[in-house]
Ligand binder design. Structure first.
Ligand code: CO
Length: 210
């Protein structure tokens, strides 16, 4: 059996197990999608949103990219955000990074990664804002891990700078924004940053006509 065929076989087994447990399972799910959470996570295969949070299909709306970035020109991210916030009306947006993130690590080097450089540039900017703090950490692993935390914090702040979030805060007093970091070594999530709905940011980024 080819490796990918195993996935299809596992899928069949999973689907019949679900139906055996609850004959109406797929019928019900097909007709509702009311997740309370939007998850913006890293594409890393070791950080599956549903599995590590014990959530079921239908409970989390998920967007993943390399190093869980919120880039304000990323149409993909903005579409997910707009849909989750203004149509699904999620109550919480979670940016979840993870310690030992390869994307963050790569951004801290001078290596040329070709087209990937353009994405990593956004993370390099986070390093530059916090250069004094990061450069003062002696151990390399700790340096990367602190950058992971600061990157998550920065991406949460990037969310708050979007008109999508600001409009929702004004109209609905939702969603709350959370910055979390997942530990590959112990499986635990550490909350590192939070912005409750309505938090004021640098007025330079606050729109006045929402
Ligand atoms: Co990563």
């Amino acid at each position: 059996m080819k490796a990918y065929e195993k996935l299809l076989l596992e899928n069949k087994a999973w689907a019949s197990e679900k139906v055996a447990d609850d004959p109406d399972y797929f019928n019900r799910l097909a007709h509702i999608q009311t997740p309370e959470f939007l998850w913006i996570g890293c594409s890393d295969s070791r950080v599956p949103a549903n599995e590590i949070t014990g959530t079921q299909p239908g409970e989390i709306f998920v967007h993943r990219n390399v190093a869980n970035m919120v880039v304000h020109t990323d149409l993909n991210l903005l579409t997910v955000l707009e849909y989750a916030v203004h149509h699904l009306k999620v109550k919480h947006v979670i940016v979840c990074g993870h310690y030992g993130c390869g994307g963050v690590k790569a951004s801290m080097t001078q290596h040329n990664f070709g087209i990937i450089n353009k994405w990593l540039r956004n993370i390099k900017d986070v390093y530059r804002y916090h250069r004094d703090e990061i450069d003062n950490i002696k151990d390399e692993e700790s340096r990367v891990n602190r950058m992971v935390e600061l990157n998550v914090q920065e991406q949460v702040m990037n969310l708050a700078k979007t008109s999508i979030i600001q409009k929702a805060w004004k109209q609905n007093q939702f969603p709350h924004l959370h910055g979390w970091v997942y530990g590959l070594k112990d499986g635990l999530i550490k909350p590192v940053f939070e912005m409750p709905a309505g938090t004021h940011i640098d007025p330079l980024y606050e729109f006045d006509d929402l």
